[in-house]
Design a protein around this ligand. Sequence first.
Ligand SMILES: C[S@@+](CC[C@H](N)C(=O)[O-])C[C@H]1O[C@@H](n2cnc3c(N)ncnc32)[C@H](O)[C@@H]1O
Length: 213
Amino acid sequence: MNFNRVAPWFERLEKIVFRDQMQSCRTTHLSDLPAIKKAALIGEGNGAFLVQFLKHCNCEEIHYIDSSKTMLELAQKRMQKHVVPGLKRIEFYNLDLSLESMPDQNYDLVVTNFFLDVFNEATLYDVVSKITSACAQDALWLYADFQIAGNRYQRWRAITWVKTMYLFFKFVSNIQTTRLADPSRLFDHNGFQVKEVTEFKNGLMRAELRQRH
Ligand SMILES: C[S@@+](CC[C@H](N)C(=O)[O-])C[C@H]1O[C@@H](n2cnc3c(N)ncnc32)[C@H](O)[C@@H]1O
């Protein structure tokens, strides 16, 4: 699995297909965040979310993790353009979370936007376990992703969209799975309870703010 090839086109494609809906889904719960000291933004791609995150959150330490070098370069370039007042420390990590460990511990916020959908059920379990064990006791989790939910029409529509996207990403990124696995049960199992939830694109996408208690 490798997102280097699609990285330069990802944002343009997203805007053509979904306009601003994916970015709204990523950012909708930013204003609900309390003060954060240490955040891990995981599989965060080209940096579109990072710019908005920095506007809302005066976080002391940010670890930005992605397995694609091209995605990380795009995020770093974007950071050079957006000089954010009071910008604190951002460290970029080129690592594959399905094989490697989280770079540090005690994160009080983790963010996974349209990232967990790239894994099959077994890898999803491993990746979520790695992330949760790197979290502080009362950590928050910002999650955004596609979902198959709602009435019959919404489910049929979501299945069609998701199948098409997986076919595309199989071709351009050799994505690991062809089925969308919902991580809700894993979040619940690891003690992360829903605080806020918002749907976008008539239920095709879901944003959640969760917290561990
Ligand atoms: C579908 S893209 C989403 C990117 C971004 N979060 C967004 O919302 O646009 C998935 C991202 O996860 C990264 N990724 C995929 N597998 C990964 C892994 N095993 N470890 C770390 N990052 C990974 C990809 O390089 C890519 O940037």
